[in-house]
Design a protein around this ligand. Sequence first.
Ligand code: ZN
Length: 402
Amino acid sequence: MNAAYDLIIRNAQLRSRPAGSLADLGISAGRIEGIAPRLEGSAAVELDASGGLVTESYANPHLHLCKVYTLQRMDEAALKDYHGADMGKAMTAIELAARVKEQYDERWIIENVRRALKDAMRYGCTHIRAFADVDGKARLEGVKALLRAREEFKGVIDLQVVAFAQDGIVREPDAPALMEQAMALGADVAGGIPWIEYTEADILEHVRFIFDLAVRHNKDVSMLVDDAGDPGLRSLEAMALEALRRGWQGRALAHHARAMALYPTPYFQKAAALLKKAGMGVVTDPHTGPLHARVRELLAEGCLVCLGQDDISDAYYPFGRNNMPEVAFLAAHLLWFTAREDLETLYDMITTRAAQAMGLKDFALREGAPAHLVVLEHKNIIEALRYHEAPRYVISHGKLVE
Ligand SMILES: [Zn+2]
């Protein structure tokens, strides 16, 4: 058979094949149509991987995209509080960071967003769950900028826009109505941060409000939970229980969960069991705060865990460039994931597992799946993570985009 493809990648090293056993990939109509040691046929675009690793492209399930490059707009008080002793001042950090939002304007936010998304393209990050603050200060400026970017980058970067009640629901009187408006404008995900509320009752009300909104609009839920140095925080548990009550299994995603590091072990075991029951994944970003979720133990319990970039030059973190292998490289040190199989796991946590957490179906390097791929300079995972360089080629929806 002499098939014609839209695009062929030749001489690819795949993770599933022994070193040096290369394959060709044929792509048509946005999908991987053939994988074989030597594909017959031709294509308008033929790329030579020269023995370099070809994998799924990267997915980033957690990025505060409305805040990127805002660090220079503010003093460093918030950063110091968030990273301070025992994460005891995480709440004041968020209050200080909110000051930048008094200047929020879609017109300058979109410029920063474009810069961050161009970096994402360059580094092969084709799918992003992007948070936009929704509150009395930010109003809908961030949401509007992100919705615009979702259209501008369509077919190249798939943005899931999260309407995110960063400053609370109960303690932020303008938030409920604005959250409704954000969903009506077309946000993809309902986002909350229940632990920020002052009382247990308010935390539960926050969780219920976000799920109400999600269920009414038939959208997924993302929430930042237990994100301070307090072992008594229980918003992860409240979120998992609500997901179960609403039948939202597999549609709720937890972020941060840094207090998990301090949970007493019997309570951690209960939380892990609830996560599994609710089909709820955890996105961790150990590089952006002094505490992090118990990744190795969660994996041992069979929970879904993945990595997120979290921030790019904002009040919480000075670096970042949507380079997910760089995030995995940092995580390798912070989590002490350095054995060969640990590195393979980290790589899954920025590709297939991250995509699964985002609810993306069929995100895999196999025949019939959508072609979201990177062609790397290096031949194996260790070298790819060591250098975390931009891929040689980036393919999104079957098209060469970088
Ligand atoms: Zn975050």
